[in-house]
Design a protein around this ligand. Sequence first.
Ligand code: PAF
Length: 284
Amino acid sequence: MPEVHETIAGFRAALELAREDERGIGFVPTMGYLHEGHASLMRQASAENETAVASIFVNPLQFAANEDLGAYPRDLERDLALADECGVAHVFTPSVAEMYPVPVLTTVSVGGVTERFEGASRPEHFAGVATVVAKLFSIAGPCRAYFGDKDFQQLAVVRRMVADLSMPVDVVGCPIVREPDGLAMSSRNVYLTPAQRAAAPALHRGLQAAAAAAADGERNVDRVRAALADAVAAEPEATLDYAELVDALTLEPATVVGGTEQRLLVAARFGTTRLLDNLAVDLP
Ligand code: PAF
């Protein structure tokens, strides 16, 4: 079983000891309730580094007042067993009092990439994410940090923060892990009713349809976007929030198809559960 550290000092000391080895530390920050998507990050961190470590912390700063922080699913015992299977040596499980013993007056806010999409519907969310990730990086020290491509905007925010603040962290984006029917794995999938769960792969179908249109030569952004939006709109259980083709680094909406590295982004509500997905559009 991994060594569990509830204090900042304990986790920091364990990593300092581990850092003496040249192959370094692979760090997977999480909010727990781990699934196969997290497992793939932990396995990659174990394979690419001498020591793999993870954190499990449900960060109150990234939840809005209307989002039920208390209802966030938790299962520490199962999480530790999965971390163990994936070769994780140390898990940081701080309490809220350990992370934020006094009200937070210092926050990290990343402009530009946070303005649209998730940032538009959850205005405080990315400042909460950037602040906790900056704090976790400050505790962990130099490392490679593994994040899923699934939360593509979060990954863009973390990359930008690390670059802007010259943090000694190498951010590694890892491929989305999908259920056999294409649904991207997410801790939120447990909230779906059977009918919503059956409808949810429409997001992946839409992404594939739009990527196929681009690969077949469609160069009109509106038509590529429509291929994605229409596939989601055709599903009565889904309410589309956004469907967009963006530059993969800046997340600015594309005006032409191709030319730079691009990503299709989609979000939709299934009842009260909001799901996200995305797909690379790789054209010459
Ligand atoms: O993706 C998550 O689980 C969280 O947003 C993160 C990066 C662990 C920060 O709390």
